[in-house]
Design a protein around this ligand. Structure first.
Ligand SMILES: Cc1cc2nc3c(=O)[nH]c(=O)nc-3n(C[C@H](O)[C@H](O)[C@H](O)COP(=O)(O)OP(=O)(O)OC[C@H]3O[C@@H](n4cnc5c(N)ncnc54)[C@H](O)[C@@H]3O)c2cc1C
Length: 615
């Protein structure tokens, strides 16, 4: 039996007089349970107030521009409490929805306006094990006359810093960008993403040419001119960093070179040789990034011991290279040096290469590396390393000790540590955790309201594209826009051969959290495009919430997986259902088609594979 109830604004926290910016229903409309009624916009968030019950709207009590607060009546509805909502029916809910308490008149709790309940927006909670940290006592003003004054100071010019500075300038803030090195672009452009990918391109071409020998085209053994290859890498970097310098000029962003240290909450001192400048700023964005971890057991004063920056210098192609750490960076460099002719040994402390990714994604990569002669030793660590005349001699401990003990070069790639403890953050009153990270809210604001922090120094994942989006969010929030970093997912890519890419919920995570997910997996052995490239070892998988059918994650292993994963990231962000992807026409024959076909596998509509029906 239907009864009329009032739908009221539920508990929306400490907000009063919140404007209604959209009314989504009118009298006579049928609404499902959880269907949005109105959108409210507070200073902190835009939220949709959904119907707590299905029924027919009798009267709408608010209009756009009205201010409301908890308890205000939004609409009256003739409730059909006994009917389950379509989502409950789809989910195979047990019979009908429980009858609502007729006295219960609040709408359901407000939800962010984006769909997709299964993947929470990635906020910036304190890392595990970091409890509440007392804010440091800020230093008082130096009393010195400022050499430079600005509305916005950005410390560090990596992908986070330059993106934040450029966005701030575009929004009208007079911006200064401080960088200790002579070129802008940070780790990513100078000693990270870009030079590594230039070298990986060379490795890919060498391998592709060699692979064609089996199909009738032989190029012979490649002649490798390391000087020319280094030059290609350096020129690639130069084009991008030069481009940044001119874009900074075009935007009137003032770049100041030197090491920056906060002196107080509104002052930063920049030291460049004997030159000292004091910058006074109204707001700041800290984007000082991270550095490679240097384990103390290695003799770092010996040039044969390298971090990723040293490895990218490409001084030679050592006969024997030990890579300590089988994560993304270690394996990318192993891929480069193996293609250039080095015999490569990888030791990884964990039981899997690239431990963050699902194990099935790793297998085709591990198989290919082994076929290429790369020795992989899992659950093994280096316990000591000594510089000898004939190489670096290492001692190992673990399940799989390498026979070889002395190497011409050793690359240590065991992680990166944030630079937050090296910038005088305490003098600005900015909290830094015991692990050297800066806690921020969803607007990337630190505990000091006018200072933001972004990129590697706010925590994992330490990736350039995350830093860029955080930089935009911080700059926009600083310029007064209601902007939050509310991305649900950040895709990860290992540019190995084959590439491995994943995004959102992994199968391992789903299992650990007991999430009820389904998986659609399409093997590239059935992809005409992959077969035509003789690279059919990969696969594409989509992970979806069984109740809502929404895509919550995915993983791809195969050539160009890094280019293909964006579609899955978009699907998760948009709250797309697996059927949306299956019904999207993907061009044939492409590797991208494998994403559509993985969705068809999940839907049971695939015709490019034969999958016997379950009885
Ligand atoms: C070998 C390698 C390969 C990588 N490949 C990829 C990839 O393919 N894709 C990807 O997404 N990520 C990749 N990364 C990670 C990526 O480079 C980082 O996540 C990204 O650069 C972080 O950006 P950021 O702006 O936080 O800081 P950074 O890029 O670290 O920039 C920080 C800047 O701040 C400057 N700085 C620090 N302290 C001071 C100070 N006190 N005064 C003045 N300046 C200061 C530094 O000199 C630096 O230029 C790679 C990293 C490495 C090492």
């Amino acid at each position: 039996m239907a009864n009329t109830i009032e739908l009221k604004v539920p508990d929306i926290g400490d907000f009063h007089d919140v404007p209604v910016i959209e009314v989504m229903v009118k009298p006579g409309d049928h609404v499902d349970k959880d269907q949005g009624l109105v959108t409210l916009e507070s200073a902190k968030a835009t939220m949709e107030v959904p119907a707590s019950t299905a029924g027919v709207i009798k009267e709408v009590k608010v209009k756009v521009g009205d201010n409301v607060e908890q308890g205000a009546v939004i609409a009256t509805v003739e409730a059909e409490d006994s009917l389950p909502s379509p989502s409950e029916r789809e989910a195979g809910g047990e019979g009908s929805a429980p009858a609502k308490d007729p006295q219960s008149t609040s709408a359901a709790p407000p939800t962010p306006s984006k769909p997709g309940p299964s993947v929470a927006p990635s906020g910036h909670p304190l890392p595990k094990g970091e409890g509440k940290i007392a804010a440091p006592q800020a230093a008082s003003e130096t009393g010195r006359k400022a050499d430079v004054e600005c509305a916005m100071l950005v410390l560090g010019s990596g992908p986070g810093g330059y993106s934040a500075a450029f966005r701030a300038a575009d929004l009208g803030l007079d911006t200064v960008l401080v960088e200790r090195y002579g070129t802008l672009g940070g780790v990513c452009l100078n000693v990270g993403c870009i030079p590594s990918k230039a070298l990986l391109h060379a490795a890919e071409v060498i391998d592709a040419a060699e692979g064609m020998a089996a199909h009738g085209i032989s190029f012979g053994k490649p002649k490798i001119d390391l000087d020319a290859l280094r030059d290609f890498k350096d020129k690639t970097v130069g084009k991008l960093t030069g481009g940044l310098a001119s874009m900074a000029k075009q935007r009137k962003v003032r770049a100041v070179q030197g090491v920056g240290t906060f002196m107080s909450p509104h002052e930063l001192e920049v030291v460049n040789g004997n030159d000292r400048q004091l910058i006074r700023f109204r707001q700041a964005i800290i984007a000082a990034g991270s550095e490679a971890v240097h384990l103390g057991i290695f003799p770092w004063d010996d040039p044969r011991v390298m971090d990723s920056t040293g490895a990218l210098q490409l001084r030679d192609a050592p006969k024997n290279l030990l890579v300590v750490g089988g994560g993304i960076i270690g394996l990318e460099m192993a891929t480069v040096y193996r293609a250039l002719g080095s015999t490569v040994t990888v030791v990884e402390f964990m039981e899997q290469l690239i431990p963050a990714a699902d194990g099935d994604l790793i297998r085709p990569l591990a198989t290919r590396l082994k076929q290429q002669g790369v020795a992989i030793h899992l659950k093994t660590k280096v316990t000591a390393a000594k510089a000898q005349k004939n190489g670096i001699t290492c001692e190992f401990e673990g399940d799989s000790i390498p026979d070889k003990k002395t190497f011409d070069r050793v690359l240590v790639s065991v992680g990166r540590s944030a630079n937050a403890n090296k910038i005088g953050a305490d003098k600005a009153g900015v909290t830094v955790t015991g692990r050297g990270l800066i806690p921020v809210d969803t607007q990337m604001r630190t505990n000091v309201a006018h200072i933001f922090a972004i990129g590697d120094l706010v925590g994992q994942p330490m990736l350039a594209h995350k830093a860029v989006h955080e930089g935009h969010a911080a700059a926009e929030a600083a310029a007064g826009l209601k902007r939050h970093f509310d991305a649900r997912v950040v895709p990860s890519v290992a540019f190995t051969d084959p590439e491995i890419a994943w995004v959102g919920v992994t199968e391992r995570e789903a299992k650990a959290k007991n999430l009820d997910v389904g998986v659609g997996k399409f093997p590239w052995a059935a992809s005409g495009r992959a077969l035509g490239m003789d690279r059919a070892e990969g696969f594409t998988k989509l992970i979806y919430d069984k109740a809502t059918h929404r895509v919550v994650g995915g993983g791809i292993v195969g050539v160009h997986a890094g280019d293909l994963i964006s579609e899955v990231a978009l699907a998760v962000e948009m709250g797309a259902e697996i059927g949306d992807i299956a019904l999207t026409i993907h061009p044939h024959p492409t590797l991208g088609e494998s994403v559509g076909m993985a969705a068809e596998v999940a839907e049971g509509t695939i015709t490019d594979l034969y999958i016997p029906r379950r009885k």
